[in-house]
Design a protein around this ligand. Sequence first.
Ligand code: AMP
Length: 464
Amino acid sequence: MCGIFGIFNHKDAANIVYLGLHSLQHRGQESAGIVSTNGHTMVGHRDMGLVSDVFQEAELKKLQGTSAIGHVRYSTAGSTTLSNAQPLLVEYSKGFIAIAHNGNLTNAKVIKDELENYGSIFQSTTDTEVIIHLIALSHENTTLDRLISALKRIEGSYSLIILTNKELIAVRDPYGFRPLVLGKLKNSFVVSSETCAFDLIEAEYLREIEPGEIIHITKDGLKTIKPFKKTSPKYCVFEYIYFARPDSFMFGRTVYTVRKAMGRELAREAYIDADMVIPIPDSGIGAAIGYSQETHIPFELGLIRNHYVGRTFIEPEDSIRHFGVKLKLNGIRDTVKGKRIVVIDDSIVRATTGRKIIKMLRRYGAKEIHFRVSSPPTTHPCFYGIDTPSRKELIASSHALAEINKYMGSDTLAYLSIEGIKRAIGNNDISFDYSFCDACFSGKYPLKFPWGMELEQMELFVKR
Ligand code: AMP
């Protein structure tokens, strides 16, 4: 996962991108970068860390010019190193080009091997660099045509923002896995992964960039083309469940509204009598409110999150991830003592979070703990840009509900069904056309990928 943002034709381009990236920080915390152009040359700055750490006044001052793009990164392909931080910026025979990518290219390795056989030298291990090489190798006349010829060889998920000295290009792959929206800030066009960034800079939201659409912005205005074969969209359902910010408007609905609806559906499918509903903050809050509204069981804050620790999962180091749960959340003893509690989270991946929370709540005197999950069991890894681990690390890929319940230490455990997800997203409208990728739950991958999946079992009940 990553967040991308761009602006064309604004006197404070880099500063606006800096603000935009702030709003997209939840989409990636490993590295941040901005590239800007003054129409003649391009400069960039990128580093490891949060947007506010990477950019101080001095860095932003160097990023002169009237157009800029930026990126926050959370690695799903390639390692966590500075050379993989984006936007990638290169100068090739046709001039400067910078690229910011959210997604995951499933055939990048095949293309990279092929290009390296012909002598290409790669500077990073990101899949994104493949696009740059293909653009540089293309014999087409314009950047736009070179890009189209490159993308016709690419498979997988990509929302891209590309910048040259003359143009800003925004692209969404034909399935539209990852979000990308278009807005206007006075006379400037802005492009962002999520609308929450537009709210901050007070830009007007125009629309989503459509799956398979390329938007080409120059000093002459905005043009749109759709050069790919039309396919039915496959928006990422996990954006609604976990990844996107609740205040963003995405795939036609506000994320918070969808999360609450998921909680209501969960209450209908898996009601249990209890004294209170508590979310695992922040990701479980929307669903817990929905569950509480539907059941009339009071909503309480039984767990408090320390906001100065990054998202546990986002730290690629295993040791930090396990430590992180304890660093991040603490229960309120007085609230939970002697109570029958419904604990809500948006998803279970390895079951690390739930298991530790349940242990803590029991230590603090909770009488009953009923774990409810506002998505179906995550049984399959994502190859389209969400960092779900390999199958063997996904607890639900190899363990039944009763085993997971026992492992977590809950009294009861229930997940929301896929049908429940569909009802929640469709707002119970029967004519609603469900056009989402839910491969992480169903194993139905919209695209083939060139490697096999391991089916090893995750070992339970070992000390971790
Ligand atoms: P786990 O503790 O391994 O079961 O992970 C579940 C927790 O991680 C839940 O609280 C989710 O909100 C969160 N989560 C789920 N998927 C992801 C992801 N791809 N990246 C970061 N966090 C995630």
